[in-house]
Design a protein around this ligand. Structure first.
Ligand code: MN
Ligand code: MN
Length: 464
């Protein structure tokens, strides 16, 4: 009788299991190996342009070539198209033509950070600073008193571009935003977390030595003089620059068991790498054309020429369709898209915001999210039951450890991804990605097992 009951429980209850109870030694080794590659990518690619360069370099090693519109394509061909160096789409041409649709995975490679204002430099009391305008959703108090690097590009009037990366090398200088010492913070400490550090207060300290024999702004002049020597730029060149302060933390394993990874920008480079690696690892020509999207501007709403709302993606897909004599709309309506983005992992330190039954948990694998949005599912594409069922079947058939995820309690907040912009194109789309702790903080945490299962899930989709 007792046994019958326990069988009934097993049969009827939905009880996800910890991934470590589901995988064997071989997969444990495979996930370690996979995560080494990811950690290198994360360490090197701190901005979208760096992620694109890294991805192209690795893609070319795997036989991908830059796509030129109109070029002949045959099954098995591997192509990529860079959108202005800030977003990237890669494809492996399938055996069936695009009237059968494409298998698409889309992630984003921009992360929250501190963009410099366009006239950023100023001097105050003989210290020099950069003014910033934060990019994406941040808790401002987390960005003071940590080491920062400076990354980005200065575009000159001549058309020349100067890439800047200061702080990544061991010998490089770094930057920081100062905070008030506790001894004198009586007033500051009475403020709320939202008010204690303000957006206008996020000014990055960049120099202190004055230029000899000048009267005003001597430190600013000295810093500009250093920049002129190193990069040949003047203060006016900041007008057409995209420079950002990003956290200078190295990527590292977390925990005695080394089971997690800490680093800046897991959101969403952890899914970007999973897609890339899955595409690279397609040994046989897939049935359907497989597409990997690394998009920009997700953290600010996917607007702009390099965001997922841009026609750049449609142009690339239409070009591929044209070479096969297929209408783009026919391709889209048969396509499937995994919007590969991170989810809010359940954090035992903050259970009050979570709906524990349906929150993604570390080590429970790829987190599939039927809907995102906020306040009554507003602004979500909300994948259909059929779409989720298709993915469920696919993941189970391929022994992918996965879980269903929602984002917090009803009316606690919410978020969005590129999913709705893909679904609005008439492409069946569902969100799935890696659970993250401390999301959008300068130092985010993911589990190695979840990283690997996201790769494995996307690879299964590409092979489907
Ligand atoms: Mn994201
Ligand atoms: Mn985000």
């Amino acid at each position: 009788m007792e046994k019958a009951e326990s069988n009934l429980r097993k049969e009827l209850f939905y009880r996800p299991k910890n991934g470590y109870d589901r995988i064997g030694t071989e997969e444990r080794l495979a996930l370690e190996e996979y995560c080494k590659g990811y950690m290198d990518f994360l360490d090197c690619a701190r901005m979208e342009r760096e992620a694109v360069r890294y991805a192209i370099r690795e893609a070319e090693k795997c036989g991908f070539r830059a796509y030129t519109p109109g070029q002949e394509l045959k099954p098995g061909d591997r192509v990529y198209a860079s959108n202005r160096g800030k977003a990237l789409t890669l494809a492996v041409i399938g055996k069936k033509d695009l009237s059968h649709g494409a298998m698409i995975a889309g992630a984003h490679i921009d992360s929250p950070r501190l963009d410099l204002k366009q006239i950023p430099m100023y001097e105050q009391d003989e210290l020099c600073y950069f003014r910033t305008h934060y990019y994406g959703g941040i808790k401002k108090y987390q960005w003071v008193a940590i080491p920062l690097e400076l990354h980005g590009t200065v575009a000159l009037k001549t058309g020349e571009k100067i890439d800047i990366c200061i702080g990544r090398d061991r010998d490089d200088p770094r930057f920081t935003i100062t905070d008030l010492l506790p001894h004198l913070a009586a007033d500051q400490m009475k403020k709320t977390l939202a008010e204690g550090i303000t957006g206008e207060g996020l000014n990055i300290l960049i120099g202190s030595v004055p230029y000899a024999d000048e009267e005003n702004d001597r430190v600013r002049l000295a810093v500009l003089s250093l920049l002129q020597d190193a990069y040949g730029i003047t203060e006016e060149d900041f007008l057409s620059a995209e420079l950002s302060g990003v956290p200078a933390f190295d990527v590292s394993e977390i925990g005695f068991d080394r089971s997690m990874i800490g680093g800046y920008g897991h959101d969403d480079r952890v899914c970007a790498w999973a897609e890339l690696k899955a595409l690279f690892d397609l040994e046989e020509t897939p049935d359907r054309t497989c597409v990997c999207i690394l998009s920009d501007k997700e953290e600010t709403g996917s607007d702009g020429v390099t965001g997922m709302q841009s026609a750049a993606f449609d142009t690339f897909m239409e070009d591929l369709c044209e070479t096969q004599g297929v209408a783009l709309r026919r391709c889209y309506e048969k396509s499937f898209c995994i919007s590969a983005d991170v989810t809010a992992g359940f954090d035992p330190l903050y259970p009050e915001v979570a709906e524990k039954r349906s929150e993604s948990k570390l080590n429970y694998g790829l987190a599939v999210c039927k809907f995102t949005g906020a306040r009554g599912k507003s602004s979500t594409s909300d994948a259909s039951a059929e779409t989720v069922a298709f993915l469920r079947g696919l993941l189970d058939r391929n022994n992918v450890v996965w879980q269903l995820a929602e984002m917090g309690k009803v009316d606690q907040g919410g978020g969005g991804t590129i999913a709705k912009f893909m679904a609005n194109r008439n492409i069946e789309t569902v969100d799935a990605g890696v659970p993250v702790l401390s999301m959008h903080a300068p130092y985010e945490i993911v589990s190695k097992l979840d990283c690997y299962m996201t790769y494995k899930g996307i690879l299964a989709a590409y092979r489907a």
